[in-house]
Design a protein around this ligand. Structure first.
Ligand code: URA
Length: 251
């Protein structure tokens, strides 16, 4: 995959000045970008939800643990989750989709309206762009795993509250623990800050590659596809980030 193939898949045509002044040609070069657990113990602490709106589903024991459960079993529990107020307004829980043995895992912030309707992550406009980004990496969407920090849609697509993210974290941790990807891509500021326990702006966070918590899993930060739809000029930077991902996957 070349940079230009990637940018073209993302809807950007690249023209670069070649040897003949005044003549612009579509470039085929990408050389300048060649630079560039504790397996978390998954324990639900229902006492720790700190919100008066939280209701606990009677079917989930207060001290339950997800540690022994399969992805399907965890998804099943999540499908009836009432642990935070986001459950009150959701249509569907959006647990995740893709390959359970994926090397690459994308983590967004939370479902939007279309995702809430279909019960699947990244199926709206931003999802279409994410699919193009995955295809530009030479991968099929089914070969990666896609999920979110919170599994229920925040009203009016607001950022998830810290308590909502915290309450939902055991699901995500178990997903990561079971899938054991080589690389996690944090999509956007909210996801990146929560996964890295940082308050640094996204522009700063994406400058380096991290290890996720106490694991050997590489974590790359990039722009959220919804942001890229609003600011297409930033797509070239997301190429740089995905190039890092590609290097890791091939390494
Ligand atoms: N935005 C996200 O962060 N996640 C989705 O699933 C869809 C849009």
């Amino acid at each position: 995959m070349s940079k230009d193939a990637f940018l073209s898949a993302m809807g950007i045509e690249v023209y670069r000045l070649r040897t003949q002044p005044g003549k612009l040609q579509q470039s085929d070069a990408d050389s300048e970008l060649q630079e560039s657990a504790e397996q978390p113990s998954i324990t639900f602490d229902y006492q720790n939800t700190e919100s008066s709106q939280v209701t606990v589903a009677p079917s989930i024991p207060a001290t339950d643990s997800l540690a022994e459960l399969s992805l399907r079993a965890v998804a099943n529990i999540a499908s009836t989750c009432k642990l935070c107020a986001l459950s009150n307004e959701r249509t569907n829980v959006v647990f995740g989709s893709g390959s359970e043995s994926a090397d690459l895992m994308f983590i967004g912030e939370g479902p939007g309206a279309e995702e809430d309707k279909q019960g699947l992550p990244f199926v709206g406009k931003a999802g279409q762009l994410l699919t193009s980004m995955i295809a530009a990496l030479g991968l099929n969407r089914d070969a990666v795993y896609i999920c979110n920090i919170v599994k229920c849609r925040p009203p009016r697509n607001r950022d998830p509250l810290p308590i909502e993210a915290k309450t939902c974290t055991p699901y995500l941790r178990r997903q990561i623990e079971l899938i054991q990807p080589k690389v996690i891509v944090a999509l956007g500021r909210v996801s990146a800050q929560l996964l890295l326990d940082s308050e640094m702006p996204l522009g700063g966070l994406r400058k380096q590659t991290y290890k996720f918590k106490d694991t050997e899993i590489d974590l790359v930060v990039t722009y959220h596809p919804a942001y890229l739809l609003r600011k297409p000029t930033e797509k070239a930077k997301s190429w740089e980030d995905l190039w890092k991902v590609r290097q890791i996957l091939q390494g």
